[in-house]
Design a protein around this ligand. Structure first.
Ligand code: PLP
Length: 396
């Protein structure tokens, strides 16, 4: 054992602990749902990305089980060798129909979709214009590409245009990349304006629809559908690990894009594909969404219901336009204390502080789900109010 190395890690862990930045990993003792058992305690769950309550659905579980019975538990190889089960091919075709694109390529997750797609399409000598609040997996993909990265101000199309103009003479591919829905604030990227500006400067547009999939647009078809931008966005990336309730990611676009990524994307070429259970569940969830928009409507109703309750108690839900509901507390210590107090009272909601969010904007992020009942949301809002008053965060 290298003692110097161990000591380096211990010092860093102590620093994180002292600054209140160390990660506390909780353990789920039951199925993930609108209420569940975490670290042995039954709580209303306001922390999961399980937007549509899919994880516990009987018909989706059965689809996953059938897939395991037919194809086994693993894929056994990368897609380009022998990992490409018929279920994955069918899921890609079904997702392409759902999203109204020519083709879809399934990755192992949203992170590998971003970190595999971006370095495949831009390289040294190219340029990336990236929203300053983009997800870490986009940032990693950008760094891996070795292209020049130019951040633009959050959702600020005038700033994006200024940067595109400034670097307009440079040769090579220019990629504009943005989250669709921003995971910390729940706001939506101004995609129509981004597309317009990008066109003007001959740039390629990529959007990460991780939090828009199953949430935005007709039947949850995502941000491109929401803004009626079919055929205008070059690359859509997303994840199956949020509204779809399983594990997996995808890139969507033209046949040419997908063929290109199959040949060039390192996370496709060097990492095994999703499991049969994931593929079977993706097929079932896509069917459910295509057949009915009930779950999507229920999600938005619940989000509006909860936000109204929280605002009536005097909480600030910041610039959220979606079911991601940040409750701004201010300082990191108070946010952490509130999250702990809520847990004691039977509500699990995660606190987020600097450096994950800017200084002074520490928050509790509440994730709404179609399966929450009004009783659960009333209970959660009530406990928020009670705890915030006890801790001196709210006056009454
Ligand atoms: C915007 C965004 N992109 C990508 C990811 C990564 O997705 P996955 O968990 O499927 O790797 C996330 C998940 O946290 C996300 O919020």
């Amino acid at each position: 054992m290298n003692e110097q190395f161990q000591e380096m890690m211990r010092t860093e862990l102590t620093r994180l602990e002292e600054q209140g930045l160390s990660v506390r990993i909780r353990t789920l003792d039951s199925e993930q749902g609108p209420a569940c058992t975490i670290d042995g305690k039954y709580v209303v769950n306001l922390a999961a990305n399980n937007y549509l309550g899919i994880i516990g659905r009987k018909d989706v579980k059965e689809a996953a089980k059938r897939a395991v019975d037919e194809f086994g538990v693993g894929s056994g190889a990368v897609k380009t060798i022998i990992g490409n089960t018929r279920l994955i091919v069918e899921a890609e075709q079904k997702l392409a129909a759902f999203k109204d694109v020519e083709d879809v390529l399934i990755y192992q997750g949203g992170l590998t979709a971003n970190s595999g797609t971006i370095p495949a399409v831009v390289h040294d000598g190219d340029m990336i214009f990236s929203d300053e609040l983009n997800h870490a997996s986009i940032i990693d993909g950008c760094r891996l590409s070795r292209a020049k990265i130019v951040p633009f101000k959050h959702c600020d199309v005038a700033d994006l245009e200024e940067k595109l103009r400034q670097y307009g003479q440079d040769s090579g591919t220019r990629l504009v990349v943005t989250d669709g829905v921003f995971s910390m604030d729940g706001d939506i990227a101004p995609l129509p304006d981004i597309v317009e500006v990008a066109k003007k400067y001959n740039a390629v547009v990529m959007v990460d629809d991780a939090h828009g999939e199953g949430v935005l647009g007709d039947h949850g078809r995502g941000i491109v559908n929401y803004f009626h931008l079919g055929g205008e966005v070059d690359i859509e990336v997303g994840t199956m690990s949020k509204a779809f309730g399983v594990v997996g990611g995808y890139a969507a676009g033209t046949h040419t894009l997908v063929d290109y990524l199959k040949n060039k994307s390192r996370t496709i070429l060097f990492s095994s594909t999703i499991t049969p259970a994931d593929a079977g569940a993706i097929l079932k969830v896509t069917d459910i969404l295509m057949e009915s928009d009930n779950l999507v409507r229920q999600l938005w109703d619940n989000a509006a219901y909860f936000k109204d309750k929280m605002k009536a108690f005097g909480f600030d839900t910041w610039r959220s336009q979606t079911p991601i509901t940040p409750v701004i507390i201010g300082d990191g210590r108070s946010a952490k204390d509130l999250s702990a107090r809520l847990f004691e009272k039977g509500v699990f909601a995660q606190s987020l502080a600097f450096p994950t969010v800017p200084q002074g904007l520490a928050r509790i992020r509440c994730m709404l789900c179609a399966a929450h009942t009004h009783d659960q949301l009333d209970f959660a809002a009530q406990k928020f109010h009670e705890s915030a008053v006890e801790l001196g965060i709210l006056k009454r």
